[in-house]
Design a protein around this ligand. Structure first.
Ligand code: DON
Length: 319
């Protein structure tokens, strides 16, 4: 239902029974804090791990949040579905499917995970996401133009200009030996055509795009709304592109926890090692949680828990 508050309008956080519910959710999940911050990116290891927030944006643009929903963090892997959407918009789905497969890898997000045709298994793991990154303006854009196209594209989903967490970028790039290895292997197999070093730098910068849980919930609401940004009214990507993106998020978005996620939460999700988790309930809402400590699969422990709880209590499971 639309909020009755006369000050309520799309894009502005308001007080309502939904906010009260989210406050309870955040409070209940603040009682303990298991897991650990991502250790392989020095800047993320140093983030205050007590932070916790949950935010919902509806497809008509109303924003409800509680906790640390205004704190900026780096988007990390949650950039992957949005850049996949931009690649499909640019080249068409069939062309993109010839470069990146859509099968769950059943392996960690930072494995090479190639299929029988030497293609990365899906666009949500690092190998597939670096390939997808390289597809943007392949053969036509410079490295800087590619990044700027991606930054602008993500900003259109969010409805505001997003910047870059330069500290996170520099810190990850300085220690990105594993992603460099994967990118060189991808180049060896012909999966990427660009210089591997350029791809790692651009992809790492993509992962360092900075935003809040409120921004992320609204980006999710754009996907939930068939690609139309609910506050600006812009059709950012087509409904067909969204269908593909959400399908792949459903099967691959939570890495080797994707099965448990879809059984218990029941709608598409995507996690990032900064501790954010994006959820999209098609036709209804986008949701974002932020809590930095991760489990073994690289998913936010309290974020996963909050999604499982809200899916059950609010009966959000699609099945
Ligand atoms: O490439 C990396 O390893 C990071 N920039 C992103 C990985 C990530 O967020 C995995 N998600 N849970």
């Amino acid at each position: 239902p639309k909020p009755t508050d006369p000050n309520a309008h799309p894009g502005v956080q308001i007080q309502s029974p939904i906010t009260d519910y989210l406050a309870g959710l955040v409070a209940q999940n603040s009682k303990d804090n298991p897991g650990a911050n991502a250790a392989y990116i020095p800047e993320l290891a140093a983030v205050n791990s007590d932070q916790i927030g949950a935010c919902i944006t509806t497809v008509d643009g109303y924003v409800y949040g509680s906790g640390d929903v205004g704190v900026e963090f780096s988007i990390q892997s949650v950039s992957k579905p949005f850049v996949y959407a931009l690649a499909i918009e640019e080249h068409g789905l069939d062309w993109v499917l010839d470069r990146v497969d859509v099968e769950p890898s059943g392996e960690a997000f930072n494995e090479l995970s190639l299929d029988g045709k030497q293609l990365p298994k899906n666009p949500m793991i690092n190998a597939g996401a670096m390939t997808t990154h390289s597809l943007i303006g392949e053969g036509t854009m410079t490295v800087d133009e590619r990044f700027e196209h991606i930054r602008k594209g993500l900003s259109r989903f969010a409805g505001r200009e997003l910047g870059v967490d330069e500290g996170s970028y520099a810190s990850e790039l300085a220690t990105a030996y594993r992603n460099f290895s994967i990118a060189y292997m991808l180049r060896n197999y012909g999966a990427i055509k660009a210089e591997p070093g350029d791809v790692v730098k651009g992809y790492t910068r993509q992962c360092a795009i900075q935003l809040t849980a409120a921004d992320l919930a609204t980006m999710g609401a754009t996907l939930a709304n068939g690609g139309k940004q609910p506050v600006t009214g812009e059709q950012v990507v087509s409904a067909e592109t969204v269908r593909q993106v959400l399908s792949v998020m459903t099967t691959c978005g939570m890495y080797n926890e994707a099965g448990h996620w879809v059984c218990e939460v029941g709608f598409p999700g995507k996690s990032g090692v900064s501790g954010c988790v994006l959820g999209v309930l098609p036709g209804n809402l986008g949701m974002a949680t932020f809590s930095p400590r991760l489990d073994e699969a690289g998913n936010s422990v309290r974020g996963m828990r909050m999604y499982k709880q809200i899916a059950k209590e609010m009966v959000l499971h699609m099945m």
